[in-house]
Write a protein that binds this ligand. Structure first.
Ligand SMILES: [Zn+2]
Length: 218
């Protein structure tokens, strides 16, 4: 069983790796955000109280998240494993999660930390370009994500434009906040011997995936 936790700062390519791992190992990608949204959509008592909490701006309790997570990871489609995204966020949650794994007799799993330098992450973000016509995305910094012809979409030949959803300042703030909030968690998993660090650098998604596979097949 491959139960995997991904820890990745913004622009480290976590979304792409989740997709690749999910397809290659036939395991679902689980985000706590989705779990909460799904529960709310059911319209049952628990979902209603979650919705009220979120509307008040309160954090959803660890107890609730653990209940949802327990249901999710014991579902049939998780029998080969799963990828957890956005959870645990802190040591307290990590301890609760470890307890849950013990109770379920699941192994402690693998934690993969995608390490990326802030300047490089910023460069990767601002060198993202997108086709406004068909939505294809490119990255000028990554060899296999560059368009074949400068500034022209490979798929539909439309002119490309920069993705401007993040200014430099906003990105740096988001990045630093993430790093500060996960530092302890990373140390915690490191001490447990569960942490595997992968340097993102300027590697392509496939190169990174090869390293992920090495970790998972060990
Ligand atoms: Zn296009």
């Amino acid at each position: 069983m491959k139960n995997i936790i991904f820890i990745a700062p913004p622009a480290a390519g976590k979304g792409t790796q989740s997709k690749l791992v999910s397809e290659a190992y036939n395991i679902p990608h689980i985000s706590t955000g989705d779990l909460l949204r799904d529960e709310i959509a059911k319209g049952e008592a628990l979902g209603i109280s979650i919705k009220e909490d979120m509307e008040k701006g309160n954090l959803v309790s660890d107890e609730v998240i653990t209940t949802l997570l327990r249901n999710r990871i014991t579902s049939p489609d998780c029998q080969n494993g799963y990828i957890l995204d956005g959870y645990p966020r802190n040591i307290n949650q990590a301890k609760i999660y470890n307890q849950l794994l013990d109770e379920l007799n699941y192994d402690k799993g693998v934690v993969i930390f995608f390490d990326i330098d802030r300047d490089l992450a910023l460069k990767r973000t601002i060198s993202r370009i997108i086709c406004p016509n068909c939505g294809s995305s490119y990255n000028l910094l990554v060899a296999d994500l560059k368009p074949k012809e400068d500034n022209i979409c490979d798929r539909c030949h439309h002119q490309l434009k920069t993705r401007s959803d993040d200014t430099e300042e906003v990105f740096i703030h988001r990045f630093d906040t993430y790093i500060n909030s996960t530092k302890e968690l990373i140390d915690y998993y490191n001490e447990l011997g569960l942490l595997h660090k992968i340097e993102v650098g300027t590697k392509s998604a496939n190169e990174i995936f090869e390293e992920v596979k090495k970790v998972l097949n060990d």
